[in-house]
Design a protein around this ligand. Structure first.
Ligand SMILES: [Mn+2]
Length: 306
């Protein structure tokens, strides 16, 4: 399950792809309808917004929904918690539609307008780690950040991939894992057609999948525990990360673990209200869907007392 979002040829220190994506955004001077800032005058302002795992440059990125979310919710600070531009996928295949350009434009404009935008790169956009401690277009790039909430809590801001043993120790293994999984599925099809010819019953894949899911759940728990333990060890009251595409906010042995989710599947963001209260939001606004609700449609997904 891990391989679902971390598949891709590993590469390191190749800013070419990123440069191309950013260049495309920079060249896009004419404002698109998505850049309308009118909504930012509304009363949905947050002190801080944390988002990660946008995976711009992949077809899965829900850029339009994200643009709507950003438009409806201005903030004093915005943390980009990694995997913003998917360099792995862009290197494989160039995919850069207008809406993805609009997101980059939107982020740059936000920084220009006085929002403090902090970019903590992830593993899919590790090219940006080379620019750490620099800023581009007013966006600060830093490998790990510390955020102090309005009520004085110190939160450690990291993408989270350092805790991913498989990725960290051997990226090729993750890649191999993904291919092996697909190969297994293919093999299973052939195997079953063979079994059918031999008059044998179909061998269900469910047992295999169940085991796979169980492993994935163990992985999530291990990840959450490891991240929270390290944050505690470093003396922080909490941690905000992304990476595993699983939004969560809960107390783990006295340390607040927050995962802001992703904008590929769940469309989630972690927000801080002006009193320091943290909230996990699920963005449901979709103009194409029949249950479209205008403004303030971000629904609380989970609440933890500040
Ligand atoms: Mn990641």
């Amino acid at each position: 399950m891990l391989s679902r979002f971390d598949s891709g040829l590993p590469f390191r220190g190749n800013p070419g792809v990123a440069a191309r994506a950013l260049q495309a955004a920079a060249n896009d001077v004419p404002e698109s309808p998505h850049d309308d800032e009118a909504g930012e005058a509304g009363g949905n302002r947050f002190r801080t917004i944390f988002i990660s795992d946008l995976h711009l440059g992949t077809p899965g990125c829900q850029a339009s929904a994200l643009l709507d979310f950003l438009k409806e919710h201005p903030s004093e600070q915005l943390y980009l918690v990694g995997d913003i531009i998917d360099g792995w996928q862009l290197k494989r295949r160039w995919f850069w539609p207008q809406t993805h350009n609009d997101v980059v434009q939107k982020l740059l404009r936000r920084a220009r307008k006085g929002c403090r935008v902090v970019y903590v790169p992830g593993n899919h956009d590790e090219f940006a780690r080379e620019f750490a401690t620099h800023s581009f277009g007013g966006i600060e790039v830093i490998n790990e950040a510390v955020h102090v909430t309005a009520d004085g809590r110190r939160l450690w801001i990291i993408h989270g991939d350092y805790f991913d043993g498989v990725i960290q120790c051997a990226k090729w293994l993750a890649y191999l894992g993904d291919n092996l999984y697909e190969f297994t599925l293919k093999l299973n099809r052939h195997l079953n057609s063979m079994r059918a010819r031999l008059g044998l019953p179909y061998w269900s894949l469910s047992a295999y999948l169940k085991q796979k899911v169980k492993k994935a759940l163990n992985y999530v728990t291990d990840f959450e525990n490891a991240v929270a333990a390290e944050a505690r060890h470093r003396g922080y009251q909490g941690v905000v990360c992304g990476h595993i595409h699983r939004a969560e906010m809960r107390d783990i042995q006295g340390t607040l673990y927050c995962n802001d989710g992703d904008w590929v599947e769940s469309r989630t963001a972690l927000v801080e209200h002006f009193d320091g209260r943290l909230e996990l939001l699920h963005w449901r606004a979709d103009p194409a869907s029949p249950d479209w609700r205008p403004a303030a449609v971000a629904q609380p997904a989970n609440r933890v007392a500040a």
